[in-house]
Write a protein that binds this ligand. Sequence first.
Ligand code: SAM
Length: 285
Amino acid sequence: MGQEVSNAAGCLFIVATPIGNREDISLRALETLRRVDRVAAEDTRHSRRLLAHLGIDKSMMSLHEHNESRAAQRILDYLLEGESIALISDAGTPLISDPGFPLVRACLAQGVNVVPVPGACALIAALSVGGQPTDRFRFEGFLPRKRQARRSHLRRMATETATLVFYESSHRILESLCDLRDVFGPDRAATLARELTKIHETVKPGTLGELVAWIEADDRQRRGEFVLIIGGMPAGAAGAVDSDKLLTVLLEELSIKQAATLAARVTGEKRNQVYRRALALQREI
Ligand code: SAM
């Protein structure tokens, strides 16, 4: 049993709010938001609307990525004075690609009680319906915005055997999917989860090649918020060395000559051939 809200003095509650459908607020979240002394929110205007919908009028303060350390100190001061505070974000679970980590750290360091009030979280909702293995997954949050950084970031996880989960916005969904297809290969299994719990909720499994073709053909599928779930590298493929992927990883750390020599030793290919491909890949990276 979690901590009773009525004994909540000097306690920070990390409260999950809906990711689209407002019915997804839990009874405990509702009760916690009613009882706390104040609510810290990422965007107070946005959250005030949610609280108004729930019939709650509460003193609010903002904690967002641009004021995080200052706001965290103020919140900590209130908590140390015995107040109970709920932290919420614009949607879903705070701290999951959202602010709150420095505050939770500071509270734990000062012996302030931190209590989870769990609920909606886009990555968990997507995994639960995505049809990709959920026994082992690696949450990667948002990919780098710039193409080159994104591609080299992806190359480093191309041989990951656990399911990979990414967050993406409408601005970059097509570019990111194309990069995923190019780096992981068009046949890799994936699921695109869009606008979960909202009117246009779409869960589309397919290969990366199919998913790119699908959203290229219909620009409505590029609107909204996305979770991308990529199946891990299949067990059979994990043993077989993809020479280009190996070369690409080695090129990030070594000279062309060293990378080509090592890759040729691993794959058994001719060093000259590998060297020529390394030169071409280096120009792409
Ligand atoms: N804290 C949130 C959570 O618990 O999921 C995530 C916040 S993060 C700033 C916002 C990203 O989460 C969006 O860009 C999108 O990738 C994902 N997301 C949030 N709501 C979603 C939804 N209803 N459907 C699909 N993805 C969603």
